[in-house]
Design a protein around this ligand. Structure first.
Ligand SMILES: Cc1cc2nc3c(=O)[nH]c(=O)nc-3n(C[C@H](O)[C@H](O)[C@H](O)COP(=O)(O)OP(=O)(O)OC[C@H]3O[C@@H](n4cnc5c(N)ncnc54)[C@H](O)[C@@H]3O)c2cc1C
Ligand code: FES
Length: 260
C-alpha cells in the first residue's frame, strides 16, 4: 500500500553485524537492498514479529546497508538487543523530513545520547559533499560515547562532552556549543528535548540557523493517526518532521522551555 509516495510495505533485511558501544547501546548493521535510501534525520519503522514496531533514525545508510543505533528501553528494544547476526528484521520507510544538507555552509552537528545517530549520518553526507562541519556529542560519561572517533576518521573536527568530565570537555553539550558557535552558519541537533530547546535559544541569540529532530509517540508514521502531534502547533512529527527548522517551529507556536 502507498500513501502519496510513501510505502507502507515492509522490506526484509538481515543483520550483518552487531556492534556493542556501551551500557544499553548497540548498533545493528543490516543488509537490505530494497529500502529506498534515507536522508539523515528521516526515520524508518522497524518491526520484529511478536513485538511493537518502533521508529528509528538511521546512523548510516548507503548501498543496501543501513545501520541502526539503539538504546535499550523497553520490550522491543530489549528484544532487538538480544538479536544476532543472520536474523531477519522488517523495515518500512523512510518517512518524514530529514536535515537540509543542501547548502554550502559551515555546519555544527550536535548529538545528545542516541540522538547522535542521525547526526553522525549527516556528518557522512556533509563529508561526501566536501562541506565543512564539526561534530559534538554530549553524554553522561565516556562509556556512553558513540561516534566522535568515527567523525574524527572522516576528518571532521569532533568533541565528546561528558557531564562527569571522564573524557573531553566537562559539562553540558549546550554549554560547549554556546562557547564555540561563532563562525558556524547552521546547527543540526538531535537529543533530549531540553537540550534541543536550549540549542534553539543559543541559535536565536547568535543569529544562527537551527534544525532540530523532535520525538513524539509514532504509530502510523505517515500522518494518519495524529498520535505524534506537537502540542499547540498542529504539526505532526512523522509528516512535518521529525526534523524542523526552529524558525518554523516557533512560528507554529512551539514554546521553547516548556517541557512535556
Ligand atoms: C523519529 C524518532 C526517531 C528515533 N530514533 C531512535 C534511534 O535512532 N535510536 C533509539 O534508540 N531510539 C530512537 N527513537 C526512540 C525509540 O523509538 C523508542 O526508544 C522505542 O520505541 C522504545 O520502544 P520499547 O518497546 O523498547 O520501549 P517501551 O517500553 O515501549 O517505551 C519506552 C519509551 O520509549 C518511547 N516510545 C515507545 N514507543 C515509541 C514509539 N512508537 N514512538 C516514539 N517513542 C516511543 C516512549 O517515550 C516510551 O515511554 C526514536 C523515536 C522517534 C520518534
Ligand atoms: S504517527 Fe500517526 S500521524 Fe504521526
Amino acid at each position: 500500500m502507498t500513501i502519496g509516495m510513501t510505502s507502507l510495505r515492509y522490506v526484509r533485511g538481515f543483520i550483518d553485524e552487531v556492534v556493542t558501544h556501551g551500557p544499553g547501546l548497540k548498533s545493528l548493521v543490516i543488509n537490505i537492498d530494497k529500502l529506498p535510501v534515507t536522508v539523515p534525520g528521516q526515520f524508518i519503522m522497524l518491526w520484529v514479529p511478536g513485538y511493537e514496531e518502533i521508529p528509528l533514525s538511521p546512523s548510516y545508510h548507503a548501498n543496501g546497508v543501513i545501520r541502526l543505533t539503539i538504546r535499550e528501553r523497553g520490550p522491543t528494544t530489549r528484544k532487538i538487543h538480544s538479536m544476532d547476526v543472520g536474523e531477519p528484521v522488517f523495515l518500512r520507510g523512510p518517512y518524514g523530513t530529514g536535515f537540509d544538507l543542501s547548502r554550502r555552509a559551515r555546519y555544527l552537528l550536535v548529538g545528545g545520547g542516541y540522538g547522535a545517530a542521525p547526526i553522525i549520518f549527516a556528518g557522512h553526507v556533509l563529508h561526501k559533499k566536501g562541506f565543512e562541519s564539526m561534530y559534538i556529542e554530549g553524554v553522561k560519561s565516556r562509556e556512553y560515547g558513540l561516534y566522535t572517533e568515527e567523525a574524527g576518521k572522516l576528518g571532521m573536527e569532533s568533541m565528546l562532552v561528558t557531564e562527569d568530565g571522564s573524557s573531553g570537555y566537562k559539562g553540558l553539550v549546550t554549554e560547549y556549543v554556546e562557547k564555540n558557535i561563532d563562525g558556524y552558519d547552521i546547527v543540526l541537533g538531535c537529543g533530549p528535548e531540553p537540550m534541543l530547546n536550549r540549542l534553539i535559544e543559543i541559535c536565536l541569540e547568535h543569529g544562527v540557523e537551527c534544525q532540530v529532530s523532535m520525538e513524539r509517540y509514532i504509530k502510523c508514521g505517515v500522518g494518519i493517526c495524529g498520535s505524534c502531534i506537537l502540542e499547540g502547533t498542529g504539526l505532526l512529527v512523522c509528516r512535518d518532521g521529525p526534523v524542523f527548522n526552529a524558525r518554523d517551529l516557533l512560528e507554529a507556536g512551539y514554546e521553547v522551555g516548556v517541557d512535556d
